[in-house]
Design a protein around this ligand. Structure first.
Ligand code: M6R
Length: 608
C-alpha cells in the first residue's frame, strides 16, 4: 500500500533511499518523500507525483547530505495525494520524523486530544498523529516513547523513525504491515519488501507484529512491545535481484506473463513425485482429507477469481462443497464454519488486509486454515495453520499474471490430491490429468508466441468504451479475471457475465460494434455458449471467442477466434487466461498508459 525504507551507515543516505523506493514504487506511487539528518537538523523533502519528481528535486538525492534517513512512497488513504500529505511527517518541533505504511484507526480521537494540548497539524494524514504522539511521549529515550505510542495507537503500521537527538539510530516497528530489516557492510536498512535491500544484503530479518528493530551502522537490536530485548534469526533470500528487475522487457507485466511457463513448472514439479501428487506442507492425513465436509475459499481480486475456478475444480473432482467469498465480505458475514472445514486463503502478497482478517476470523471459528501464498514469510504465510507456496517469484506489475496462474496450479494439485484420497479419481484418469498438468507450461509458451496477432487485434479496441466477457461454469471464472485484467490497466469499462445471465438485463448495453469476449472451453456447454454468442451478435456485438482447438465449428458464429491447446476440462483456465492477459496488456500499451502502475491502484492492499 505504501513503501517505507530507512538507512543508517557510512554512505550518503538519500541516494540509497531513492534506490530502495524505486523498488517499492509498485506499492504506491502518488507521492514520495525523504527525511535525512544533515548533522544539525532533520531535513525533509517531499513531492506529490511519481518518485522521479522527488528524484529530480533532490538531484538523485545529492542535495540532501547526511548518512541517516527514512523514505516513503505513498498510496493515499487519509488526505489527497499532495506535498503536505506526503510522508515523512515531523513532530511539533521537527526533531522527529516518521514514515508509515498502514492505517491508524483511532487517529481522529488522538488528533483531537493533541490539538487540545496545543499541537497543530500540517497534514490531513493519520500518520502525523504518530509523529506528534512520539514527540509528546519523548523524554530522551526513543524506545520508551515508541512503546508508549504502540500502546496508544490502533490499526496497522510499519514505521520508520529518526530522532534528531539520536542521529546514529533508525527505529522501526510493525503491526500488521510488512517490514524487513537487513545489515550490509556499509550500514543497516529497513524496507517494506525484500527487493529494496537485495542490492545490499541477502540476509534479512522479518519483523513480526509488535516487534521493534533498532538499527545502528553496524548492529541491529530487536525488542518486544514491553521494551525487552529479543533474539531474531535472519533468513537468507535465495532469489536473485534480477528476478525483481525488468530484464530487457518493456514492462514488468510483459516479463511476468512470459515467465509463466517457468513459474507454473516451479509450482507444479516439486509436488509431483513418481506420478503422484505430494503436498507435504498440507500436513493432512488421508483420514482428515476423507473427513472434510466443506471448503471455504476467501480472497480478493484475482486471487478471488482463482478461488472461483477452485470451486469448480474441487466440487467437480473431489465432490467437496465449496463456498467462495470475497475476503472483505467473509470477515463480516458471520460465516458458518462447521467441523471438518478447511478454509483456504489465497493471496499473492500474503499481506492483503481483508484476506489476513478473513484468515484470523476462520482460525477463531476453529477451522483448519491453509494459505496459498506467493511471498515467503508474509503475514498470511506465517499465520495460516498450513502454507502452500506458489513459487512464482517476485511479482512487481500491479496487474497479477504469473502469481494468478501459479495459484490455479496450487488449486488443481489440492483438488486432485483430495479427489485421489477420497476415491473419486481412477488411476487412468489420475495419470492422464498428471500428463495434462505437465503439458501446461509448454502450452502457455505456445499461446504467448501468438502475441503479435493479439496485439493487432487489441489495437482495434483502444477507443472502446465497454467490453464484455461471457462464459459458463469454469469459463465464467476466467471471464471475471479477463475482465478485471482489462479494466485495471486499460481503464476501459468492462464486465464479466455468466453467459446465460446476459439476457436478464445486461444485453441492453450491447450496441453495434461492442466487443464481447466469449470463453468457450467446456465441451458439454459448447451449444449453449454458441446460442449466447448468436444472441449478442444479433444485437450488433463483435465476438472474440477463446475456445479449444477442436471447436472449429465456432468460426461460423464468432468473428475472431483464439484457440487453446487440448487439456483436461478442469485446467482450461490456465490456458485461456493467456490471450486475455495479452489482450489487456496490448490495449494498455496501445493507449500509452502506465501498464505496471495503473492509476489509483497499488500492488499490495494492506488497508481495509
Ligand atoms: O496480494 P493478493 O493476492 O492478496 O492481492 C489481491 C488483489 O488485490 C489482487 O489480485 C488485485 O486484484 C490485482 N491487482 C489484480 O491484478
Amino acid at each position: 500500500m505504501c513503501g517505507i525504507v530507512g538507512y543508517i551507515g557510512k554512505k550518503q543516505a538519500a541516494p540509497i533511499l531513492l534506490d530502495g523506493l524505486s523498488k517499492l514504487e509498485y506499492r504506491g506511487y502518488d507521492s514520495a518523500g525523504m527525511a535525512v539528518y544533515d548533522g544539525k537538523n532533520i531535513q525533509i523533502q517531499k513531492a506529490a507525483g511519481r518518485l522521479k519528481v522527488l528524484d529530480e528535486q533532490t538531484h538523485g538525492g545529492s542535495t540532501m547530505p547526511g548518512t541517516i534517513g527514512i523514505g516513503h512512497t505513498r498510496w493515499a488513504t487519509h488526505g489527497a495525494p499532495s506535498d503536505n500529505n506526503a510522508h515523512p511527517h515531523y513532530n511539533q518541533d521537527e526533531t522527529i520524523a516518521v514514515v508509515h505504511n498502514g492505517i491508524i484507526e483511532n487517529y481522529l480521537k488522538l488528533r483531537k486530544k493533541l490539538i487540545a494540548k496545543g499541537y497543530s497539524f500540517r497534514s490531513e494524514t493519520d500518520t502525523e498523529v504518530v509523529a506528534m504522539l512520539l514527540g509528546y511521549y519523548y523524554k530522551g529515550d526513543p524506545l520508551e516513547a515508541i512503546v508508549k505510542v504502540m500502546h496508544r495507537v490502533e490499526g496497522s503500521y510499519a514505521l520508520g523513525i529518526i530522532f534528531a537527538d539520536h542521529p546514529d539510530v533508525v527505529y522501526s516497528v510493525r503491526k500488521d504491515s510488512p517490514l524487513i530489516v537487513g545489515q550490509s557492510e556499509d550500514g543497516s536498512l529497513i524496507a517494506s519488501d525484500v527487493p529494496a535491500v537485495l542490492k545490499y544484503t541477502r540476509d534479512v530479518y522479518f519483523i513480526q507484529n509488535e516487534e521493534i528493530a533498532v538499527l545502528s551502522e553496524d548492529k541491529i537490536t530487536f525488542y518486544n512491545i514491553d521494551g525487552e530485548e529479543i533474539e531474531k534469526e535472519p533468513k537468507r533470500i535465495e532469489w536473485d535481484i534480477n528476478a525483481a528487475e525488468k530484464g530487457g522487457y518493456a514492462h514488468f507485466m510483459l516479463k511476468e506473463m512470459n515467465e509463466q511457463p517457468k513459474t507454473v513448472s516451479d509450482t507444479l514439479n516439486p509436488r509431483i513425485k513418481d506420478g503422484q501428487i505430494v503436498i507435504d506442507e498440507l500436513g493432512m492425513s488421508d483420514e482428515e482429507i476423507r473427513a472434510l465436509r466443506k471448503i471455504h475459499i476467501a480472497a480478493c481480486g484475482s486471487a478471488y477469481h482463482a478461488g472461483i475456478t477452485g470451486k469448480y475444480v474441487f466440487e467437480g473432482l473431489a465432490r467437496i462443497p465449496v463456498e467462495v467469498d470475497l475476503a472483505s465480505e467473509f470477515r463480516y458475514r458471520d460465516p458458518i464454519i462447521e467441523e471438518n472445514t478447511l478454509v483456504i486463503i489465497i493471496s499473492q502478497s500474503g499481506e492483503t488486509a481483508d484476506s489476513l482478517a478473513a484468515l484470523r476470523e476462520a482460525k477463531q471459528r476453529g477451522a483448519l486454515t491453509l494459505g496459498i501464498v506467493n511471498v515467503v514469510g508474509s503475514s498470511i504465510a506465517r499465520e495460516a495453520d498450513r502454507v502452500m507456496y506458489t513459487l512464482a517469484g517476485p511479482e512487481i506489475a500491479v496487474a497479477t499474471t504469473k502469481a494468478y496462474t501459479a495459484q490455479l496450479i496450487a488449486l488443481y494439485l489440492l483438488a486432485m490430491k483430495f479427489a485421489g484420497v477420497r476415491g473419486r479419481l481412477g488411476n487412468d484418469a489420475y495419470a492422464s490429468m498428471i500428463k495434462d498438468l505437465k503439458a501446461i507450461p509448454a502450452q502457455i509458451q505456445m499461446l504467448l508466441a501468438n502475441k503479435e496477432d493479439i496485439q493487432r487485434f487489441a489495437n482495434r479496441y483502444l477507443a472502446a468504451r465497454d467490453i464484455f466477457f461471457i462464459g459458463r461454469g469454469i469459463d465464467h471464472a476466467i471471464s471475471l479475471e479477463g475482465s478485471l485484467k482489462l479494466k485495471e490497466i486499460s481503464y476501459i469499462h468492462s464486465e464479466a457475465y455468466a453467459a446465460g445471465e446476459l439476457k436478464h438485463g445486461t444485453i441492453s448495453l450491447i450496441e453495434e460494434g461492442t466487443l464481447v469476449t466469449a470463453v468457450v472451453t467446456q465441451e458439454d456447454l459448447y451449444k449453449k455458449a454458441i446460442s449466447n454468442i448468436v444472441e449478442v451478435r444479433t444485437r450488433g456485438a463483435f465476438v472474440m471467442a477463446v475456445t479449444n482447438e477442436d471447436n472449429t465449428e465456432i468460426e461460423k458464429t464468432a468473428d475472431y477466434v483464439i484457440y487453446i491447446p487440448k487439456t483436461n476440462r478442469y485446467f482450461t483456465n490456465s490456458l485461456a487466461i493467456v490471450p486475455l492477459q495479452l489482450f489487456s496488456y496490448y490495449v494498455s500499451v496501445g493507449k500509452g498508459l502506465d501498464v505496471d502502475k495503473p492509476r489509483n491502484l497499488a500492488k499490495s492492499v494492506t488497508v481495509e
